[in-house]
Design a protein around this ligand. Structure first.
Ligand SMILES: O=C(O)COP(=O)(O)O
Ligand SMILES: [Mg+2]
Length: 226
């Protein structure tokens, strides 16, 4: 039997990327003469990939971007964000200890994020976490992304695991939906960037802190789905 696999979302789940996302977004929007975005705006902006984030940030201030403008703003954003990584972004409290615990018990780990793969890998590398994961799939790794089941199922396959032995941990709607679409149990964390209280998304389990993420919890959730 293949070892259990714990698949994590990135922004708002593994890492608090808010300070650098806000700074990088504001680097592009202020250059375009638009009012800066705030931390409070992030719950509406993050979770659907970098392109959608930029489009939404401009739309917040009533500015629609054509394809060409969007592409050049995206390029400026990626350059700035990539160049400043890992910046002030930090893993959430207890995360590293939780990863240790899971790995020590023989569980495998993976990342399924809508962030572009190159940015996800660079960020995790900057934080010394990249080698922890058997697979890291971004929003542009496959032709489908969260909430499409294929994003999670292909991440699981790339990690050499089986969907029957996987759980998904995330902070917002697309994470809970992708898990449901792929028939994988979901664990939600309340400290990320969801625009609605996560209870409303009906995850299979909510943990308040990574201290609660144990091999036993994962195994219990996998048992229950049989
Ligand atoms: O919107 C993004 O860029 C990524 O968000 P995610 O890591 O929460 O999927
Ligand atoms: Mg997230």
């Amino acid at each position: 039997m293949s070892p259990p696999l714990v698949v994590f979302d990135l922004d708002g789940t593994l890492v608090d990327t808010a300070p650098d996302l806000v700074a990088s977004l504001n680097h592009v929007v202020t250059q375009a003469g638009i009012q800066p975005v705030t931390y409070a705006d992030l719950t509406h902006l993050v979770g659907h990939g970098a392109r959608a984030m930029i489009e939404r940030a401009f739309a917040l201030r009533g500015r629609a971007l054509g394809e060409e403008d969007l592409a050049s703003q995206m390029k400026a954003f990626v350059e700035f964000y990539h160049g400043s990584m890992p910046g002030e972004s930090l893993p959430y409290p207890g995360l590293v200890e939780a990863l240790d615990r899971l790995q020590d018990a023989g569980l495998k780990l993976a990342v399924c994020t809508n962030k572009p793969e190159m940015l996800a890998k660079r960020l995790l590398d900057g934080l010394g976490l990249v080698d922890r994961f058997a697979a890291i799939a971004g929003g542009d790794t496959f032709s489908m992304r969260k909430p499409h089941a294929e994003h999670l199922l292909s991440t699981v396959a790339n990690a050499g695991a089986s969907a029957e032995r996987a759980v998904m941990v995330g902070d917002s709607l697309n994470d809970i939906l992708v898990a449901r679409n792929a028939a994988v149990p979901s664990i939600a964390v309340p400290f990320g960037y969801s625009d609605v209280p996560i209870e409303r998304l009906s995850p299979d389990r909510i943990i308040q802190h990574f201290d609660e993420l144990t091999p036993e919890l994962v195994k219990t959730m996998l048992e229950r789905r049989k």
